[in-house]
Structure formats: structure tokens, C-alpha cells
Ligand binder design. Structure first.
Ligand SMILES: Nc1ncnc2c1ncn2[C@@H]1O[C@H](COP(=O)(O)OP(=O)(O)OP(=O)(O)O)[C@@H](O)[C@H]1O
Length: 266
């Protein structure tokens, strides 16, 4: 069963007198991953921030059929989780404490939280990172912990702990979640995110690594010129006219891959 999780209707974003994004529309549905790509400074993080509902509840964005203006932040947080670009902790928290912060919204027994932590740690192979000082982890290790913290937030209160929880009606917003990861963990994270979409989760993932994300996403939104210049399946969007316009270079080549969207080379 596919349901609309978030809808954008002609979204325009300005900062002071600078226009950052104009006329972006689209729908994000359950059980899908949407990749947002585009050159530096084209407005990807700006768009993601708008989807979080935190800067100013925007009337042109609706969550589960209701304008964000009609939601409280606490209720929004029960349906969507966010991982910002280069997350960091200003305090010397232990990794377990960071992960359990993902459950701080909910009233539930502590053992229940621990059980979710074990489940999420297993999905993202975090066991060797548990009970460690977050400030003493490498950049990639830290990135995996903060991704897992965001996932921890998505399970409903008192939902039974299982390796296949129902994630319909939930939204995960990710700003470059694999930027610090090595080849093995890039693949592991994308595989697990793909698994979570099959459980019903709706994911939005900003990435500069088109070749990594394109096999896992059902939709791709290409930003450029302060607007969305293409939206569709990776196969539809990854064309030379779209990519040369987006990245303002003709030095791009598309290499066919059997059973996958084409490889983008430059
Ligand atoms: N607080 C702000 N005030 C004014 N301009 C801003 C502000 N935040 C971002 N911008 C500008 O908005 C534009 C879009 O920024 P944004 O961070 O959304 O880009 P991005 O596509 O995520 O870039 P990158 O790929 O480099 O992360 C940039 O030109 C940036 O300089």
C-alpha cells in the first residue's frame, strides 16, 4: 500500500532578498527513496530543511495530508527524523547515549529502548562502536552513529521490537549520509536504507554520489538554477541534457550498466 507522506506545492524559499528556490512541487510516498542531487549551493540542504518543518512551518508543504502549519514540532518528530550534514556532538557523550537520544520523545521502558538500539546496531554493524566516546570516533564512524540515531527515532511508541518493523507513515531526511564512508560502508548503508524502504519507510537522501544512490532510489530530483530542473526515475532523469544543464559542463559521459541506471562519468 503506497501512501503520500509529504507533498510540496509550488514551494519558494528566500533568505533576505536572495531567492534560494522557486516553484518546487512534488510528492514523497511511502516505501520509496528520493535522491536530491545538484551542484554545490543549488539549494539541496535548503530544501531538506524546509521538509523538516523546523525553520518556519511552511503552508506549501504538507505531511500526511495536513499542512505543516497544523502540526506541533513534537508531533512532526514522531513521524520524521533528520540527519544533518556533518553531524557532531559538542559534548563527550557515549555512543549509546547518542543512540538512545533518538528515543527521548517516547514514554517506554528502558529495556525497550535498549532492544531497539541492539536492532539498529545490528543493521548498521555498530556493535564495535557501542560504549565509546563519540568525540573519539573517526568521521565515518560518527556518521554511522548519527544515521542510526535518526533511524532510532522512527519506531512508534511501544511498537514491538522486531527486525522487520512497519515503517509506513514515517519519513527519514538525510543530508549526504555516506559522504564520510568507505566503499564497504557506503554499500552497507545504502543496502540497509533500501531494506527500510521495503518496510514502508519514505527516505529523502541528498547526495553528490549519483552512481552510489541511483540503484537504490525510485525518484531523483535534480536541482539547478534555483529550481527543480528534472524529477523522475533515475533512468528517466540521468540523461546528458539534464546533467549538462545541472552541472554546467559538457564533460559528462553516461555508461550503460545492466539492470541499473547508467554510470555517470566525467
Ligand atoms: N542563512 C543563509 N543566508 C543566506 N544565504 C544562504 C543561507 N544559507 C544558505 N544560503 C545560500 O543558499 C544557497 C543554497 O545553499 P544550500 O546549503 O541549500 O546548498 P546545497 O545545494 O546544499 O550545497 P552543497 O552541495 O554545497 O551542500 C547557497 O548559495 C548558500 O550560500
Amino acid at each position: 500500500m503506497t501512501e503520500d507522506i509529504m507533498t510540496l506545492s509550488d514551494v519558494t524559499v528566500s533568505q533576505g532578498d536572495q531567492l534560494l528556490l522557486r516553484h518546487v512541487s512534488g510528492t514523497l510516498t511511502s516505501g520509496t527513496m528520493t535522491a536530491i542531487v545538484g551542484e554545490n549551493g543549488c539549494g539541496k540542504s535548503t530544501l531538506l530543511r524546509l521538509l523538516t518543518g523546523t525553520p518556519n512551518h511552511d503552508a506549501s508543504v504538507s505531511l500526511l495530508g495536513r499542512s505543516l502549519q497544523q502540526w506541533t514540532l513534537k508531533d512532526i518528530a514522531r513521524h520524521r527524523a533528520v540527519m544533518q550534514q556533518t553531524p557532531a556532538s559538542p559534548f563527550a557523550f557515549m555512543t549509546d547515549e547518542i543512540l538512545l537520544l533518538g528515543r527521548s520523545l517516547y514514554h517506554e521502558p528502558f529495556v525497550h529502548r535498549l532492544a531497539w538500539m541492539e536492532q539498529v546496531a545490528q543493521w548498521f554493524e555498530l556493535q564495535p562502536l557501542l560504549n565509546r566516546d563519540i568525540q573519539r570516533l573517526s568521521g565515518g564512524e560518527r556518521q554511522r552513529i548519527f544515521l542510526a540515531k535518526a533511524v532510532m527515532q522512527l519506531f512508534s511508541e511501544n511498537q514491538a521490537v522486531t527486525d522487520s518493523p512497519d515503517l509506513h507513515g514515517k519519513l527519514l531526511l538525510l543530508d549526504e549520509p555516506t559522504s564520510a564512508l568507505d566503499l564497504r560502508y557506503q554499500r552497507l548503508v545504502m543496502e540497509q536504507l533500501g531494506y527500510l524502504t521495503r518496510l514502508g519507510l519514505c527516505i529523502v537522501c541528498i547526495s553528490h554520489d549519483i552512481n552510489l544512490v541511483s540503484p537504490y532510489c525510485q525518484q531523483m530530483w535534480v536541482l539547478g538554477e534555483q529550481r527543480c530542473i528534472a524529477q523522475g526515475s533515475p533512468a528517466d532523469v540521468l540523461t546528458l541534457p539534464v546533467l549538462t544543464r545541472c552541472y554546467r559542463t559538457a564533460e559528462i559521459e553516461l555508461i550503460p550498466r545492466p539492470g541499473k541506471p547508467p554510470l555517470v562519468a566525467h
